[in-house]
Write a protein that binds this ligand. Sequence first.
Ligand code: SF4
Length: 487
Amino acid sequence: MKALRHWSVRHAGGLRRVYDVFRKYAPSLAVVVRLVGRERSEKLFAPLERAAKGLLFDCRMCGQCVLSSTGMACPENCGKEMRNGPCGGVRPDGGCEVKPKMRCVWLEAGEGRKRIAGQAPAEALLLPPVDQRHRGRSTWLQIAAREDVLPVLEQRPALRALERPKHDFERACESGRFLVTAEIAPPDSSDCTELLQRASRFRGLVDALNITDGAGAHCHLSSVAAAAVLTANGHTAVCQMACRDRNRLALQGDLLGAAALGVRNFLCLTGDDIRNGDHPGAKAVFDLDAVSLLGIARGLRDAGRFASGRKLEAAPNLFLGAAANPFVPPYAERVTNLEQKINAGAQFIQTQFCFDLELLENFMRAVRARGLHERCRILVGVGALRSAKGLRWMAQHVPGVHVPEKVIQRVAHARDQALEGKKILLETIAALRGIEGVAGVHLMGHKNEDLLADAIVESGLRTRVDLDKSEGGVERHCCSAMPGSTA
Ligand code: SF4
């Protein structure tokens, strides 16, 4: 099965030509389908299609075949059911984050596309999420019966300037100043005292604080609740929303819920592999991928409509972001994936940890060549680990994190490993400030707030004066002072 799947990708050009002929002549069977009856025809077509496409593509019969757009690589084999390019967890050898023995479907798709004449790998088109009603049904029959259910590739227009009030982080993004954001994880508790203490270390030093959403597939207080508590206590929160744990109804409901509690900024993510977390036996949802979630969130805001098309009573005011990972394969397609996210609605981007400036430079060169840095604000992820052992563990166990061996060795041979880690962080921040198109840094580090706050000051990004000015704010531990949900 596996061998034939690779064969199909290698012969994507020929298979596409066969498909084009089929698409041209199959609709002439519409009369026959009508005579035989739709359901009886289904019973004939579906098993045939399942057998043929199962053999050639390891097809899962989603009922809305997109093989002709994905270089004859079936995205249903993707461990996260992504429809719009690779996740950020592709392994250095090209293996899948979820199924390590399988090559990432999107690497195969890139190769297949190159073999299809006229289908440039740089296409930044968007595939809509799967319509589950068609699952198990024959796509061939839909073509033969002239039913218009095949997904249409969309090219969304560049974001237009929206007539709506802009809040802190969006204004900061538009200010042109070098941005600073930091990330904190919600507590394993409903008591937010410690969360607020950790957040307070960054008061006056950052433009926004990200609240992670089940990072590493570990369960914590919900990101919506934590972001709302931070907002109620005068912080500017970025609420991370991962597609792993909720379907499209729940995600839209949570976007509206968070907006009702005053949260304005959202980072749309696909989510880490569930089996790496503390509930490996749980069901991963992945009804949407990050690109689809962005498009749907944008539709809530700009069209005032749910994904179903039903109208909202009032559109929420959302500022939307997404993640990028220039540090793992497929490197060339990372920029295409970024463009997809911008086309879908991303206004800011936060990247995975940058320990490899050369890879980032390559990525930014391609970003500038396409003018993408002018369409969104790109913040590069940075952080420091206290030891070479910690760095090595992260490189080996955290999907999507790339740490070059020379960085690990530099820390390993230092007399004070924690200090060396911080020196590397400061050097990285200084270098990033000189790269055209980098709009800021995003600091990450689990329960490492003191070191990160010091690094912000020592790197000259912000001063303690900013911090002193902002102190004196009273921390409120409940949501009694939530900002209104209008605007
Ligand atoms: S690495 Fe990610 S995008 Fe690639 S097949 Fe696996 S889950 Fe899908």
